[in-house]
Design a protein around this ligand. Structure first.
Ligand code: NAD
Ligand code: TYD
Length: 349
């Protein structure tokens, strides 16, 4: 049976993608994930028993394992999500980022090259980020497929390096690759160290809401299901050797998002209005903090017909409800590794 190899499929975006692909695609889904602190099978436990899904716990840096997967299965597509993904952690512990994001991508590219030879009907889709382009000034146009790479932190540098490898494997060896560079995602199953779920949970628990610097940094938020739709569209209609930028056209300042979350939490839990706003604390800025990201996805819309469906404000309100319903899951992932890294990042606030 035709198979897709999905790396990092137990993570935030990967798990949403596996679920969507399971519903839509007639292929076996091989999910390869090391289950680091950020990976959790509970995200996909509803489909793990499906005969279409096979889960393999393993590291993408393990050459023997990765090659054995290509030998055993007729892999026609690789959708490469597996990565160390949190900027703050990359500042404390850059080595893991270089190892997984750069070396792991190399292992996958080499395994695909060996297995596919000159085959052009396959596809290696590198799921990357807008952060590889660096930071925008307030009046700059959004990033697009022609934006130069200028990564500013260890995470974005490691993703940029892996994008360069993917491009080189296409250019030099003819490997059929596509790179997608997406803006910040939000939605169900995000690990609660990232901005939106962290603010939701701290507000729900009456803990401080730590805003870095002046809180006027801008991110272009895209719902994770819109991102997964975009990836399926690219896999279906995209061309090898191309890059596609994916964004939500939802540029919002961090303070605006925190205020929205505070309002939503108060509204849904019945707190007196303004209760959660009192939890906001301005804390030391992230070193090298990129001021603004934004993406122009008009090419993806024009050429491949993709459009984002979610309205940010509505979906963010609903997301607060989702996290309340999934508090047990959040508690279980936080039990693994959360308090040490939280203390390292935020001290005693
Ligand atoms: P995540 O941290 O939630 O998940 C990463 C997954 O990769 C986890 O399941 C983890 O266990 C797995 N993993 C880590 N190291 C591994 C290794 N060595 N071998 C095998 N598995 C390993 O990340 P995410 O937010 O779902 O991001 C997925 C991908 O999308 C990343 O490549 C990231 O750079 C990219 N991306 C993320 C965003 C965003 O806003 N989250 C935006 C654009 C692009
Ligand atoms: P994050 O979710 O880490 O994504 P990225 O840095 O990859 O864009 O952070 C989103 C924004 O929120 C970013 O500008 C940093 C800011 N932020 C805070 O102000 N406080 C926090 O506690 C966190 C985690 C992030």
């Amino acid at each position: 049976m035709n198979a897709w190899l999905i790396t990092g499929g137990a993570g935030f975006i990967g798990s949403n993608f596996v679920r969507m692909a399971h519903e839509r695609i007639d292929a076996k889904l091989i999910v390869l994930d090391a289950l680091t602190y950020a990976g959790d099978l509970a995200r996909i436990d509803d489909i793990l028993t499906s005969s279409k899904v096979e889960f393999i716990k393993g590291d993408i840096c393990d050459t023997e394992l990765v090659q054995s997967i290509f030998k055993k299965h007729q892999i026609s597509k690789v959708i490469h999500f597996a990565a160390e993904s949190h900027v703050d952690r990359s500042i404390f512990e850059p080595h893991a980022f270089i190892k997984t994001n750069v070396e792991g991508t190399l292992v996958l590219l080499e395994a695909a090259r060996k297995a596919w030879g000159d085959r052009q009907d396959a596809c290696f889709l590198q799921v990357s980020t807008d952060e590889v382009f660096g930071a925008l000034g307030p009046d700059d146009p959004p990033f697009n497929e022609s934006s130069p790479y200028q990564p500013n932190n260890p995470y974005s540098a490691s993703k940029a390096a892996s994008d360069h490898l993917v491009w080189a494997w296409h250019h030099t060896f003819g490997l059929p690759t596509i790179i997608s560079n997406c803006s910040n995602n939000y939605g169900p199953w995000q690990y609660p160290e990232k901005f939106i779920p962290l603010m939701i949970f701290n507000a729900l628990e009456g803990k401080p809401l730590p805003v870095y610097g002046d809180g006027l940094q801008v991110r272009d938020w895209l719902h994770v299901e819109d991102h997964c739709e975009a990836l399926l569209t690219i896999l279906e209609k995209g061309s090898a050797g191309e890059t596609y930028t994916i964004g939500g056209n939802n540029e919002r300042k961090n303070m605006y998002v925190v205020n929205m979350i505070a309002d939503a939490v108060d509204d849904i839990t019945g707190n007196p209005k303004g209760t959660s706003h009192e939890l906001i604390r301005y804390v030391k800025d992230r070193p090298g903090h990129d001021r603004r990201y934004a993406i122009d996805s008009s090419r993806l819309q024009r050429e491949l017909g993709w459009h984002a469906m979610f309205v940010f404000e509505d979906a963010l309100y609903d997301l607060v409800g989702w996290y309340i319903w999934h508090k047990e899951w959040v508690d279980s992932v936080r039990a693994k590794d959360y308090s040490n890294s939280y203390k390292k990042q935020y001290g005693d606030i």
